[in-house]
Design a binder for this molecule. Structure first.
Ligand SMILES: [Zn+2]
Length: 167
C-alpha cells in the first residue's frame, strides 16, 4: 500500500466516530493494553494515554503515533500560510517553533513534521490537528490574518492568509 493510499484510508476511518466520543485522530489504532515506551522519542504509554512521564518498569517498546506519522509522512494537520513572509519571516518561524515546544511539552503526540518556506509562503505539517490549529490561532492573533479550515484526505488543512491588499 502506498502512503498516499494509507492516508486516504485513515481519512475515512477518521470520519466514522465511536459512540459519540470526541474523535481523536491520533488514537487510530485504538487503545493498547499495558504500558509501553516509544523507542523513537521516549514518550510513555500508560492507561491509554501518551505522556512524558518516566518510563515505567516492564514497559514494552512500541512506536507512538506521532513517530509513526513522521516516519510515514502522514500529517494530521497541514497549515498553509499564503503570501510572502518578507520581514516577518523570523518572527513567524519563531512563533511556529514556540507553539510547538509548548504543545509538545504537554501533549507528546503534537509535533511538527516539516516546516518549509516557499516563495509564496509557508507550509507546515503536524502530527496532531490540535497543534496546527494552535499555530494558526497564534499567527492570526499576532499578524491579524484570516484563517480558514479546509479538509484534505486524512488531514485538517488550515489556510492562513495575509489581509487582501487594498485596491
Ligand atoms: Zn515516539
Amino acid at each position: 500500500m502506498t502512503s498516499a493510499m494509507r492516508s486516504v484510508s485513515k481519512g475515512f476511518r477518521r470520519g466514522r466516530g465511536e459512540g459519540g466520543e470526541r474523535h481523536d485522530p491520533y488514537r487510530r489504532d485504538g487503545k493498547r493494553a499495558g504500558s509501553g515506551c516509544c523507542s523513537g522519542c521516549g514518550a510513555v504509554y500508560q492507561r491509554g494515554r501518551w505522556t512524558w512521564r518516566a518510563r515505567p518498569y516492564a514497559a514494552r517498546a512500541m512506536e507512538c503515533p506521532a513517530c509513526e506519522r513522521i516516519r510515514e509522512r502522514t500529517p494530521a494537520g497541514i497549515l498553509r500560510l499564503e503570501g510572502e513572509l518578507g520581514k516577518r519571516r523570523e518572527e513567524l518561524l519563531g512563533i511556529v517553533r514556540n507553539v510547538e515546544e509548548r504543545e509538545r511539552g504537554q501533549h507528546p503526540l503534537e509535533r511538527l513534521i516539516v516546516v518549509r518556506e516557499r516563495r509564496d509562503g509557508l507550509y507546515v505539517e503536524t502530527t496532531g490537528v490540535h497543534l496546527a490549529h494552535r499555530i494558526a490561532d497564534a499567527l492570526r492573533r499576532t499578524f491579524h490574518l484570516s484563517a480558514t479550515l479546509d479538509f484534505s484526505p486524512g488531514a485538517d488543512l488550515l489556510r492562513v492568509r495575509w489581509p487582501a491588499p487594498r485596491a
